[in-house]
Ligand binder design. Structure first.
Ligand SMILES: C[S@@+](CC[C@H](N)C(=O)[O-])C[C@H]1O[C@@H](n2cnc3c(N)ncnc32)[C@H](O)[C@@H]1O
Length: 197
């Protein structure tokens, strides 16, 4: 049990805490900067019950594994790969938010609003859903960083399924708003989420 107070746990758990803190606070700050403080509420922190449950499970997995199988957490090349994923995922997501500007809202728009333009430049040139690409890489990266095999697999499946269901729904409205422009864009640009067309 002493491992929980050792260098490995202190470093990996601090990295995790910083990754989570930076992700959520920057989501809030960007939403406030783009949409104005009056339009932003605690929902902009993007913390749902399911998410809190998943994160708590991952901390529990970490503590149990470091106590019972401390060697599992010493694969530094795996942990560092996760850290790189966290940084890359964060950068892709934030570039998407900044590039889309007013067109980026945390909730999917089901009515077209005047300021909602079709974004196809910047990171949107490479992927239709760069913020989802970024979040998928970031979230799985947090678990690889902790060398958490169960949570890494669980996060990959759950987050992938969530976006695989959300993308067709979101694109139904984007096709209504932007018609053939969106159709052409979708034909030449991959979704950015593996196995989602
Ligand atoms: C949470 S944002 C996610 C945006 C995009 N799916 C991504 O991953 O970067 C959801 C909102 O973005 C809008 N949106 C998605 N793709 C867009 C695009 N290429 N241009 C403009 N708005 C877009 C949707 O209409 C929706 O209201």
């Amino acid at each position: 049990m002493t491992e929980i107070f050792g260098y490995t746990a202190c470093r990996q758990l601090s990295q995790m805490f910083l990754a989570v803190f930076f992700f959520h606070s920057s989501e809030y700050v960007l939403a406030a900067a783009i949409h104005g403080r009056s339009k932003v509420n605690l929902g902009s922190l993007l913390i749902s019950k399911a998410y809190v449950f998943a994160m708590m499970f991952s901390w529990l997995e970490y503590v149990v594994e470091i106590a019972l199988f401390p060697g599992l957490k010493e694969y530094w090349w795996i942990s560092n790969l996760g850290l790189v994923m966290v940084i890359i995922g964060e950068i892709i997501r934030k570039l998407a938010i900044i590039t889309a500007g007013l067109s980026f809202t945390h909730l999917i728009k089901v009515y077209h609003e005047e300021h909602h333009n079709l974004i196809t430049h910047g990171v949107y040139r490479f992927f239709r859903h760069p913020s989802y690409t970024g979040f998928l890489i970031w979230s799985v990266g947090t678990q690889i960083m902790l060398c958490n095999p169960i949570s890494a697999t669980g996060f990959a499946i759950v987050v992938w399924r969530f976006f695989a269901q959300r993308i067709p729904y979101e694109e139904f409205f984007l096709r209504q708003f932007f018609g053939s422009k969106y159709e052409e864009y979708a034909l030449r640009t991959p979704s950015g989420v593996p196995f989602v067309k």
